[in-house]
Design a binder for this molecule. Structure first.
Ligand SMILES: NC(=O)c1ccc[n+]([C@@H]2O[C@H](COP(=O)([O-])OP(=O)(O)OC[C@H]3O[C@@H](n4cnc5c(N)ncnc54)[C@H](O)[C@@H]3O)[C@@H](O)[C@H]2O)c1
Ligand SMILES: [Zn+2]
Length: 365
């Protein structure tokens, strides 16, 4: 079993992220270090339980506690108030108390729900993430953002609640549908482009091995991204200093694209890929990066089979949606942009005409 441990430094709320191959089967052993637990509740979805439930439940049971398993609807269906209420009811029925431990086994959706459940059940219980998508391993399982959706607003309900352990097993990615793999790869490209030129070059170079999820290469990329996220979270847990905001590269435009598409047809990774292209063009127009760097970013996106442009949605619609988001957040229209590849900068309220120009040829006909 290969294992890398990365720490999120948040004093008493700090925790290890263990990235490795075969680690999922060691969860019971890991939990035995978290003493004083009477009920362990595994929150997951049916399909993932079928694949990994036996290993996880068996391992937890071997540590002396038979887990309660709570199955929830897949994808965003996990993040509804109704699902949340049902899970809380099941915990109560299982007589889970303040010392309960919640284990999320799944992608970002299960993780976001489980996080919110852990943050609020009995005013907060311990949480362990077993992320099973590449996106969850490099992004959502780290940093303590937990969320539910409202009918008109994604992630409109939420809390910060840090897990006490994250166990990322690279082997479970083998069963992940290719489109979900690409979603995670888009986030990996984001980390490289905005924070780490060596990671960017690694992703450029190792396309074959990463696309095939070859173990060593994937482990290395996940660990690098987890280390970058852990570093940002350690210094800016609640996104108050603007450092965590760097991770929004591609997301200001990307979120507007997702909203314009009503969250159908386009995956998050595809939307942020187009977003990264548009925002890098914006960076180029603002003199933050060169033509060569912008082209290099577009090449890497293309080489991973991710889209560089989106047709069928007008430029104006995207601009409107970005402004709408800005109003909703009561703040300024912020972009996390590459300041040369491998470094990032947050730019607030760039000129409207420049934003429109950056979108030209990227969205629209
Ligand atoms: N909390 C955060 O900081 C944060 C950050 C980014 C994204 N998110 C949230 O994460 C969610 C998206 O997460 P996601 O991309 O992981 O999607 P997801 O959780 O919906 O999972 C995608 C699909 O893959 C399946 N799946 C998961 N693991 C599998 C495996 N190993 N083998 C086979 N199938 C598997 C799932 O059942 C699902 O059908 C969004 O709701 C987003 O808002 C949160
Ligand atoms: Zn994202």
């Amino acid at each position: 079993m290969h294992l890398q441990t990365i720490r999120v430094h948040l004093g008493q709320r700090g925790y290890p992220i263990k990235v490795g191959s075969g680690v999922i089967a060691s969860v019971g052993q890991e939990l035995s270090g978290l003493s004083g637990t009477s009920v362990v509740a595994v929150i997951t979805v049916e399909g993932i339980r079928r694949l990994y439930g036996t290993a996880v439940e068996g391992s937890i049971a071997s540590s002396g506690i038979r887990p309660v398993v709570i199955e929830v609807p897949d994808r965003e269906g996990a993040k509804t108030i109704q699902t949340y209420a049902e899970v809380m009811g099941e915990l109560l029925a299982a007589r889970a108390g303040k010392d309960a431990l919640i284990v999320s086994l799944g992608g970002g959706c299960v993780g976001d729900l489980a996080g919110f459940v852990a943050a609020t059940y009995m005013r907060g219980v311990r949480l362990v993430h077993l992320p099973t998508t590449l996106l969850a391993q490099v992004d959502s399982s780290i940093g303590g953002k937990a969320a539910l959706n409202l009918p008109g607003g994604k992630n409109s309900i939420g809390a910060f609640w840090q897990p006490c352990l994250v166990l990322s097993d690279v082997d479970v990615l083998k069963t992940l549908p290719q489109r979900e793999v690409r979603c995670g790869l888009a986030e990996l490209i984001k980390y490289g482009a905005i924070m780490d030129i060596r990671l960017f070059e690694f992703i450029e170079r190792e396309k074959g091995r990463l696309n095939a999820l070859e173990r060593e290469a994937t482990l290395r990329a996940i660990s690098a991204a987890a280390r970058l996220k852990a570093k940002l979270v350690s210094v800016d847990e609640r996104e108050a200093k603007g450092l965590r905001t760097l991770l929004n590269f591609g997301h200001t435009v990307g979120h507007a694209i997702e909203a314009a598409m009503e969250y159908r047809g386009y995956s998050h990774g595809e939307a942020i890929s187009v977003g990264m292209v548009a925002e890098t063009r914006l960076a180029r127009l603002l003199g933050l990066c060169s033509d060569d760097e912008a082209e290099r970013l577009e090449r890497i996106i293309e080489s991973y089979g991710l889209p560089k442009r989106l047709e069928g949605v007008s430029k104006e619609a995207i601009v409107d949606l970005m402004w709408h988001d800005k109003k909703v957040e009561g703040g300024r229209l912020k972009f996390a942009l590459p300041n040369g590849l491998g470094r990032g900068i947050v730019v607030a309220d760039p000129p409207t005409g420049t934003v429109a120009k950056a979108l030209e040829g990227v969205v629209g006909d």
